[in-house]
Write a protein that binds this ligand. Structure first.
Ligand code: GDP
Ligand code: MG
Length: 489
């Protein structure tokens, strides 16, 4: 069962409380039965599920509780708390230090997702402004270096590896030395895996570890083995000094609940989770936001982080220009960069109360991002005069040979350039109307944060959601979505 299903089932069980006219023992038991059935179906260990049921029951004293609304909230809160406990390893995870070399070594079985996850982690830090690089110390698997090289090149992350050197220890040591000398902050070492836990793998792991002296060893665990994660995580922890765990493949048909609770039970701090093959399918793992999101209650903290990362406050210059009625093609380019920096739209939507994680299909998402990238490629072929003109569209319509030049330069049809200019005109109107892209985000954030206090009242989340949707429809954000191809939202 996929995680989204688990979330839906628990949410529906909790909602049954709101539908009941009175809350008594019977209603409580029926709800708990539903929650536990959903957890068992997601492969959570039966002992942990039993414990959850007992804890909720002992936290609730139906006779002492006064009003119905209060009862419902307290019960929902107790269930929420126990769900958090289930996936909470109770250990603070290692975090890198800015301005210093942080060497992170990856270990795990072959196929668990190490190489993919190395790239995801590197991309994550790079996007946050850390000086990041990758080293391929896997000489066991044919094509390992090519795989890492391809990922790194795509994401523009510096990398190190060798086609000729056969000793992973040598490559790892050379790479780390090189990148340390160049003051890289996040140095990620990918290692080889084996099909099962073999002595030769552990031997190699120890040698590489001794050679590079990692600040953090990340153990990568494939969620599809469910509850078996517990014994595997334990085995690795016994051999090397595993400081953090990343659980991969929590998309698809993974028995996600089983994997997460099993790893947490070994008191291993889970730092990220992988939710797909794409470099963006990666999320920091924090227990409370994770459960909130699972139950469709949003991830306010995550959303605020994302929006803050955009540093919209630095955008005074743009606001000033807008006041004077100016919005250039270059401004639009920069706003697109902001949108791309926020990461996949679907992930962002999943952080908003009331939306599930599977709100938008991946196909659409990728299409929209590809479309945005194409628009940026076209603008890459424009010159400064065109980008900075007060009315870029007019400049092009007056001198149509500019359109041909840009089309040739970016390898698209002239029709595509014309379309971009039409969209630019629409976008400029919309941004002016909203008082800058910040106004757009601010309205969005206000509607989201205002529902924070009533996170446990599902209708509260819905009100926030509706106001955001209104904002989307009224404000020109509707245009933005249409323009980016989110027509089905
Ligand atoms: P390694 O042998 O440990 O380096 O594993 P790889 O990084 O080569 O990954 C093995 C396979 O798992 C590849 O096909 C990846 O695309 C896939 N994979 C890795 N992480 C995820 C994930 O989070 N979700 C899904 N669906 N596939 C993943
Ligand atoms: Mg690999």
């Amino acid at each position: 069962m996929v995680l989204a299903d688990l979330g839906r089932k628990i949410t529906s069980a909790l909602r049954s409380l709101s539908n009941a006219t009175i809350i008594n023992e019977e209603v409580l038991n029926a709800m708990l039965k539903e929650v536990c059935a959903a957890l068992l179906e997601a492969d959570v260990n039966i002992k942990l599920v039993k414990q959850l049921r007992e804890n909720v029951k002992s936290a609730i004293d139906l006779e002492e509780m006064a009003s119905g609304l209060n009862k419902r909230r307290m019960i929902q809160h107790a269930v929420f708390k126990e769900l958090v406990k289930l996936v909470d390893p109770g250990v603070k995870a290692w975090t890198p230090t800015k301005g210093k070399n942080n060497v992170i070594m990856f270990v795990g079985l072959q196929g668990s997702g190490k190489t993919t996850t190395c790239s995801k982690l590197a991309y994550y830090y790079q996007r946050k402004g850390w000086k990041t690089c990758l080293i391929c110390a896997d000489t066991f698997r044919a094509g390992a270096f090519d795989q890492l090289k391809q990922n790194a090149t795509k994401a523009r992350i510096p990398f190190y590896g060798s086609y000729t050197e056969m000793d992973p220890v040598v490559i790892a040591a050379e790479g780390v030395e090189k990148f340390k000398a160049e003051n890289f902050e996040i140095i990620i070492v990918d290692t080889s895996g084996r099909h099962k836990q073999e002595d030769s793998l552990f031997e190699e792991m120890l040698q590489v570890s001794n050679a590079v002296q990692p600040d953090n060893i990340v153990y990568v665990m494939d969620a599809s083995i469910g509850q078996a994660c517990e014994s595997q995580a334990k085995a690795f922890k016994d051999k090397v000094d595993v400081a953090s765990v990343i659980v991969t493949k929590l998309d698809g048909h993974a028995k996600g609940g089983g994997a997460l609770s099993a790893v947490a039970a070994t008191r291993s701090p889970i730092i990220f989770i992988g939710t797909g093959e794409h470099i963006d399918d990666f999320e920091p793992f924090k227990t409370q936001p994770f459960i909130s999101k699972l139950l469709g209650m949003g991830d306010i903290e995550g959303l605020i982080d994302r929006v803050n990362e955009l540093k919209l406050d630095d955008n005074e210059e743009l606001i000033d220009k807008l006041k004077h009625g100016q919005f250039t093609l270059r401004d639009m380019y920069e706003q697109f960069q902001n949108i791309m920096k926020m990461g996949p739209f679907g992930q962002i939507m999943g952080m908003i109360p009331g939306f599930g994680t599977d709100f938008m299909s991946k196909g659409n998402e990728q299409e929209s991002m590809a479309r945005l990238k194409k628009l940026m490629t076209i603008m890459d072929s424009m010159n400064d005069q065109e980008l900075d003109s007060k009315d870029g569209a007019k400049l092009f319509s007056k001198q149509p040979n500019r359109i041909q030049r840009v089309a040739r330069g970016s390898g698209v049809a002239t029709r595509d350039v014309q379309e971009l200019l039409t969209q630019y005109t629409k976008f400029a109107q919309m941004v002016k109307k909203m008082g800058g892209i910040k106004g757009l985000f601010k309205g969005w954030m206000d509607s989201v944060t205002s529902s924070q206090s009533s996170v446990f009242v599902f209708s509260g989340g819905m009100a926030g959601l509706q106001s955001m949707m209104r904002q989307f429809q009224q404000g020109a954000a509707g245009n933005m979505k249409g323009m980016m191809g989110f027509n089905n939202m």
